[in-house]
Design a protein around this ligand. Structure first.
Ligand code: HDC
Length: 279
């Protein structure tokens, strides 16, 4: 097996992550290590692989690659073991899944398996899609492959949502979230974000992914996988409205920015561990 990247974390990292995706001081299982039910939100599964060293660089596989033009396009996360440890040393093995040519943009999908370093057992699997503006037109395939749940686009039913959860982000949301590992200046430095086309640094996709995932968890219970498309940007301080529909063991959801009415997460879904729980 290829050389993996270690990621060691403790309860302090768990609390910082939970706070980064909006945990409240009153939610003791998320913010107090001595709570009997202390836990890490399942979307933490994206963190161990984030800074793992991949066997390729984005500039190797796309023309005109610029980090300032990169946006997070989609994310798929599978949780392969419960309960998720609240401290561990994990090891991630990233690989190139595919490169897609959208004409004016290039897309790169990275897949990564994360294992417990001690037991060797799988804990998480991720697929991350980045959308790089200005890096298309190289004659690559214009569509990606079908990899089941990892590439599924969920369709919101036409009925009213079964549940709606509203959550305000704070002005400091990105400043806190970045401490869990994504130090991309796009989310903190206006000089950098301006070059990418954003006057104000935008919120991490994986931060609002975490907030939406928390809404699904708190409403319908634990999920074993989750897939989202980042359909629009979010500014720190905006309020997120997550609409959810339960269909069998799946929660289909989408998230809107309250201030603009625009979708920031679309075509999303999560497969529940226990389909029995209703709202
Ligand atoms: O959808 C637009 C957008 O702005 N989305 C929001 C992006 C965003 O805010 N992301 C989060 C913040 S950035 C971030 O967090 C970076 C982070 O620090 C680093 C991540 C690194 C993770 C890697 C770990 C390994 C936008 C701009 C993405 C697309 O909009 P348009 O240009 O208007 O595209 P459109 O004309 O609608 O479609 C063109 C083709 O592209 C496909 N597509 C659209 N949105 C996509 C997408 N594909 C993937 N992801 C998306 N989000 C469309 O389907 C279309 O293809 P086709 O014509 O074949 O249907």
């Amino acid at each position: 097996q290829a050389q993996g990247s270690d990621f060691e974390y403790t309860e302090r990292d768990v609390i910082l992550y939970n706070l980064g995706v909006g945990a409240k001081r009153t939610e003791l299982p998320l913010v107090f290590e001595n709570d009997d039910n202390f836990q890490v939100l399942p979307t933490f599964g994206v963190i161990p692989t984030f800074n793992a060293v991949a066997p390729f660089s984005f500039g190797d596989v796309l023309p005109n690659f610029s980090p300032m033009m990169l946006l997070h396009g989609e994310q798929y996360l599978e949780i392969r073991q419960f309960p998720i440890p609240t401290e561990a040393t994990l090891v991630s093995y990233p690989k190139l899944v595919e490169v897609v040519d959208k004409g004016n943009a290039g897309i790169i999908v990275t897949g990564s398996t994360t294992k417990d370093k001690n037991t060797g057992k799988d804990i998480f699997y991720n697929e991350s899609t980045v959308f790089v503006r200005g890096s298309g037109g190289f004659g690559g395939p214009s569509k990606g492959g079908d990899r089941g749940a990892a590439t599924r686009v969920y369709k919101a039913p036409s009925r009213k949502p079964d549940a709606v959860v509203e959550e305000a982000t704070t002005e400091e949301q990105a400043a806190i979230y970045r401490l869990s590992g994504d130090r991309n200046p796009l989310h903190i430095d206006p000089e950098f974000s301006k070059v990418g086309g954003f006057k104000v640094p935008i919120l991490h996709g994986l931060c609002f992914f975490g907030i939406a995932g928390k809404a699904v968890l708190k409403t319908f219970g634990q999920f074993k996988n989750i897939k989202v498309r980042f359909a629009g940007t979010v500014l720190p301080g905006q309020t997120l409205v997550t609409e959810m529909w339960k269909e069998g063991n799946v929660v289909i959801f989408q998230t809107k920015v309250k201030e603009t009415g625009k979708l920031c997460i679309a075509g999303a879904g999560a497969e529940l561990v226990d389909a029995g729980k209703t709202k």
